[in-house]
Design a protein around this ligand. Structure first.
Ligand code: NAD
Length: 247
């Protein structure tokens, strides 16, 4: 098992990619903290426990500093330490700039960029205190690298996550803390199931592999970055996008 004895916090773990990652981490031996604004996170934790894994749910709003502080405190109270953070929670927004309200711009940036910063900050404080290193994986996107009309606030936030990752990667490398980002392409999540099939086909056509990705395929990439298999990798973004950004 690749994460035996490790403790991992996963934000947005009630959703598609976060949930798949929580299960894979648990299968690989980690105790997992399901951190999400949605109380569906409690069900995710319950199912993991029923299957014999170590899991707790913590309700957090990632853009609220006190929530993140409490999340890390509860993690340490419960499992004694923090080894891995997957800062994955995000919201989507497709509004073109001329239609995007300041309120929606701020909300998207608050959750998708400030939320990642806050989780990273308090994870780093705890990891530095422990003095035994650690791993952070930030949830970015192909749209942190490649523009698409409409992803004004979302893409700006994700590009911020990419640079935040690079900055932290070089800053904490000598403390044994690795910081990387995962950049998913279009993934088969509940949202895709409610889109008209011609809309989904348009997204598929942008991915040379010719299909949507599966949450489990992102989870495997996050596991790689979180495990010792990626021991010489920091400050980078891993594209898991069926070839989208290679075109
Ligand atoms: N699904 C895709 O096609 C795709 C593509 C590229 C990048 N991503 C990124 O992958 C990550 C996960 O996406 P997903 O598809 O699993 O989305 P999802 O909507 O299924 O899950 C996101 C989770 O984040 C939670 N969340 C939202 N705001 C929050 C807040 N303020 N505080 C705490 N939790 C909050 C939601 O409750 C939800 O459970 C996101 O960072 C997303 O931007 C997804």
């Amino acid at each position: 098992m690749k994460l035996s004895g490790k403790t991992a916090v996963i934000t947005g773990a009630a959703g598609g990619i976060g949930q798949a990652t929580a299960r894979l981490f648990a299968q690989e031996g980690a105790s997992v903290v399901i951190a999400d604004f949605s109380e569906a996170g409690q069900e995710v934790a319950n199912r993991l426990k029923e299957d014999g894994y170590q899991a707790i749910y913590e309700k957090v709003d990632v853009k609220v500093e006190e929530d993140i502080q409490k999340l890390i405190e509860r993690t340490v109270q419960t499992y004694g330490k923090l080894d891995i953070l997957f800062a994955n929670a995000a919201v989507t927004n497709d509004d073109p700039a001329d239609e995007l309200s300041l309120e929606k711009w701020r909300r998207t940036l608050d959750v998708n960029l400030t939320g990642v910063f806050l989780a990273d900050k308090y994870a780093l404080i705890q990891m530095l205190k422990q003095g035994t290193g650690g791993v952070i994986v930030n949830g970015a996107s192909i749209h942190g690298h490649a523009a698409k009309a409409g992803v004004t606030a979302y893409g700006s936030a994700k590009a911020g996550v990419v640079m935040l990752t690079q900055t932290l990667g070089i800053q904490y490398a000598n403390k044994g803390i690795r910081v990387n980002a995962v950049c998913p392409g279009y993934i088969e999540t509940p949202l895709m199931k409610v889109l008209p099939s011609e809309e989904v086909q348009k997204l598929i056509d942008l991915q040379p592999i010719g299909r949507l990705g599966r949450p489990e395929e992102i989870a495997k990439a996050v596991l790689f970055l979180a495990s010792d298999d990626a021991s010489f990798i920091t400050g980078t973004s891993l594209m898991v996008d069926g070839g989208y950004t290679a075109r």
